[in-house]
Design a protein around this ligand. Structure first.
Ligand SMILES: [Zn+2]
Length: 463
């Protein structure tokens, strides 16, 4: 929108006068800029309230004697009736023409429907900020944070319910995508419309534990139990080479080890608390949305849980599968620590096997573990691990093809969803609330929050 600068300057002059008067009245000798700033914020907030009220009251064409009801019947003019809304400026009370008397027994205020206002509720603009605070912080922290920014209070419950409303939109979007990507017709339509995929696309999947409160409080007392559920999360992304001047110290170390320094870009996260088969549908649907099925090369880098490889094999059988390098190498450290009591014995062994693993010589790694299997439980167990994942550990070949070999993207994703939100102090979740908040948070992480904001402002209003 464009604004009339001349008028803005006039208003500015008037606001400055209001502040000056207020300062004079305090009788304080020394006034600081922070006082002026706070005074301005409070004044402009009051100006916003007054302007919004006037806008809504003036924006109306004079009352008609009767108008058409959405049910097809007739509504009759009653009177100008007051309504309250909570906007980003705070509470606004305005009067607008109100019609009633239809057989369907619902009343209507044309101004409200015209601007998408739900009387008695928060506006879409405020809902957006409230929900944002609710996905970034605990609901209680969100409430405190909002008070500083907005200069008025909303309740913890409002933060919770607005966050869940916004989150519900993300869940609906997910469900619609899952449904469309299971539907033969939509798939065929998609086949015709988007022929090209990207060159190399990566995917990673992982899970993290979330503490769920039993729904029935009696259950909690009786069994004294908390139940933990797996939040399954995934990410689609592309790799790009990090230019040398931008490399961190850790990345420079990588370069010395001849590792290509790649970073992830265009990250698209998805998550759910669901059984593997249900999560598989989300994997497939979000994969279709980013063109995973038509990339020249599709690569999955994961930490190695069996359910993950099974899903990948089921939905993307042609994908290259890679065990996260850091998990594979860390295991060697643990074996070395268990098998050799001293550093002197440990180091040469560890150095050799790590180098073998790095060069994709998994057979030699397995052989080295076999020799230690009698003395080390870890070595014994790792025989199976390295044997089962042999083809997923050809790190020499993967590096030669410029593929990412670390699944840091998804570990960071789980941290951002679970550690930094779902596990915050005081967080107690029912499954549904945890799923909703997690999903909305991925929308934010994916840079898709604005889509939810638009959808929220289009929400069909209660009649
Ligand atoms: Zn009606």
């Amino acid at each position: 929108m464009n604004y009339n600068i001349e008028k803005i300057n006039q208003i500015g002059k008037m606001v400055a006068e209001v502040i000056e008067e207020a300062v004079m009245q305090t009788g304080e000798e020394k006034v600081r800029i922070s006082d002026i700033e706070m005074g301005l914020r409070e004044t402009l907030q009051a100006v916003g309230q007054s302007a919004l009220k006037q806008f809504l009251e003036n924006g109306e064409d004079g009352p008609e004697t009767q108008i058409k009801c959405s049910c097809g019947g007739q509504l009759h003019y009653q009177r100008r009736r007051a309504a309250t809304i909570w906007s980003v400026f705070g509470k606004v009370v305005y009067k607008r023409a109100y019609y009633a008397g239809c057989e369907c027994q619902t009343g209507q205020a044309p101004v409200d429907s015209r601007y998408g206002i739900e009387a008695g509720k928060v506006t879409a603009g405020l809902a957006h900020l409230i929900a944002l605070s609710g996905i970034k912080e605990s609901f209680e922290e969100g409430r405190k944070w909002l008070k500083e920014y907005l200069l008025f209070e909303v309740s913890e419950n409002t933060v919770r319910s607005e966050t869940q409303k916004m989150s519900e939109l993300q869940r609906q979007a997910d469900q619609e995508l899952v449904k469309a990507m299971q539907d033969e017709k939509s798939l065929q339509q998609r086949e015709r419309s988007q022929p090209v995929g990207c060159d190399i696309l990566s995917g990673s999947i992982d899970a993290a534990k979330v503490r769920i409160e039993p729904r029935d409080p009696r259950e909690k007392v009786l069994e004294n139990r908390e139940s933990w559920r797996d939040l399954k999360a995934g990410c689609w992304y592309e790799g790009e080479v990090v230019p040398v001047p931008q490399q961190s110290t850790r990345q420079k170390e990588k370069r010395q080890r001849e590792e290509i320094v790649l970073r992830a870009r265009n990250k698209k996260y998805f998550c759910d608390i669901a059984e593997a088969q249900e999560f598989g549908k989300v994997l497939w649907a979000t994969g279709c949305a980013v063109g995973a099925d038509r990339a020249r090369l599709l690569v999955f880098i994961c930490d190695g849980a069996v359910w993950i490889w099974n899903l990948i094999a089921q939905y993307f059988p042609n994908a290259v599968q890679i065990v996260d390098w850091y998990h594979a190498a860390d295991r060697l450290k643990r074996i070395a620590e268990e098998a050799f009591p001293t550093l002197e014995e440990r180091q040469p062994w560890l150095h050799q096997v790590t180098e073998d693993l790095w060069q994709g010589r998994v057979e030699l790694v397995i052989e080295a573990c076999r020799l230690l299997a009698k003395n080390s439980k870890w070595a014994q167990q790792s025989l199976t691990y390295y044997s089962n994942n042999m083809e997923r550990m050809r790190y020499d070949q993967f590096r030669a093809s410029n593929l990412l070999i670390g699944s840091g993207v998804i570990e960071s994703g789980c941290k951002q969803i679970v550690t930094q939100r779902l596990k915050l102090p005081g967080a107690q979740w029912h499954v549904d609330g945890a799923i909703l908040t997690a999903k909305a948070r991925t929308a934010w992480m994916n840079g898709e929050w604005q889509k939810l904001v638009s959808a929220r402002s289009l929400l069909p209003l209660a009649a």
